[in-house]
Write a protein that binds this ligand. Structure first.
Ligand code: GAL
Length: 356
């Protein structure tokens, strides 16, 4: 979008005179192009992923609100790629055929964006990738490619921070065997997923940097999935029994799976053996678990902010309007919404923020 504006400005410079031109071209505000409709094709990697489906719900709600504000009709065509990059590539063809103004793609395979990029560029349909961060070189391949998400490093660090703060207050309660070391198990998202790799690493570095010793009993991939995580947790419990002091899950759904396994084994939060369980996302069900004391805390992955950022960005690209100030377009390509720690202490405030 910026490129287009720059081109218009320099062509006009030849005829209009520099002073007049600079005044006009410096302005980033004001409508640039009258549009009556905004058609967005959205493809998600898996419609049953709790966090991603929350993004889609927020998008739908925000689109309704914005139709009135912007005085246009907004169509969202939401497709499920069902875990297949080939299906998603075909969905991109469908969006182009159906004259979508822009596509929002939650890549199935974050390392395999090239087909979508090529199709998009060939038909001049801009793409906002979201949630599953593609490699930078792919995003650089065309100036009409964007990414909306968050900084995974920050979420792992915050998850670690929740544990550290709790250790400061209640270390002897968490360190059940009294050996001065935190025995933990880790439930990881998908192999090769940026959020998964970065969160697993940054949570541990935060805890150890802050002076606590840890011992990994085991880690397993559970693909962001509650049932898979419950199974893995059951196996951890069979192997390590009450040695597990901390469960670190890369997202809330897997933390909830661990809680399901603990509950199925007859444990309750009142039992000494109930470990500290930590998630990431702040989904509705995740927040409920914090409220019930089953999860010590989670990290809000701002689905609502990301959905709003995506719609605002889509509108600004298609209408050539500027983005509202609350959304910063980093390097002309990225919107990264900040994470936020959630514990019982600020739960009410977070729930309010999500409702508004
Ligand atoms: C993560 C989120 C997970 C899962 C994953 C899918 O950001 O924390 O719950 O939705 O994205 O890509």
């Amino acid at each position: 979008m910026k490129k287009i504006k720059k081109k218009i400005c320099s062509a006009a410079a030849l005829t209009l005179g520099a002073a007049l031109l600079l005044a006009g071209c410096g302005s980033e505000d004001g409508g640039q192009k009258e549009i009556k409709k905004l058609k967005i094709g959205i493809s998600v990697y898996d419609q049953y992923d709790t966090f991603v489906s929350e993004i889609v719900s927020y998008l739908q709600a925000y689109a309704k609100e914005k139709e009135k504000d912007w005085g246009i009709s907004i169509t969202l065509d939401v497709e499920n790629a069902n875990g297949s990059q080939m299906i998603q590539n075909d969905q991109m063809d469908g969006f182009i055929r159906d004259d979508m103004d822009i596509a929002c793609i939650n890549l199935v395979d974050r390392t395999d964006a090239s087909t979508i990029v090529e199709k998009a560029q060939a038909s001049n349909v801009p793409v906002i990738f979201f949630n599953r961060e593609l490699v930078e070189e792919d995003l650089e391949r065309w100036d009409q490619l964007y990414y909306v998400g968050a900084d995974a490093f920050e979420s792992g660090k915050m998850q670690g921070e929740i544990l550290v703060e709790e250790c400061k207050k209640n270390f002897s309660k968490i360190d059940k065997n009294g050996d001065g070391i935190l025995q933990y198990v880790m439930l990881e998202g998908e192999a090769g997923h940026n959020d998964s790799m970065v969160r697993s690493m940054s949570v541990i570095s935060e805890i150890t940097d802050r002076g606590y010793l840890v011992e990994k009993l085991s880690d397993e991939i559970a693909n962001w999935n509650r049932d898979q995580a419950a199974n893995k947790m059951k196996q951890f419990m069979e192997k390590f029994d009450d040695e597990i002091e901390v469960v670190l899950a890369n997202n809330d759904d897997m933390a909830l799976g661990a809680i399901d396994a603990l509950t199925a084994a007859g444990l309750s939060t009142k039992d000494e053996n109930w470990p500290v369980v930590l998630g990431i996302d702040g989904t509705t069900v995740g927040l409920e678990a914090v409220e019930d004391g089953k999860m010590l805390g989670t990290v809000l992955n701002d689905a609502k902010g990301q959905a709003r950022g995506m719609l605002e960005l889509a509108y600004s690209i298609v209408s050539e309007n500027s983005l509202p100030e609350e959304f910063e377009l980093l390097d002309g390509k990225y919107i990264r919404m900040p994470y936020q720690i959630v514990t019982v202490d600020n739960l009410g405030e977070i729930q309010m923020k999500l409702m508004k």
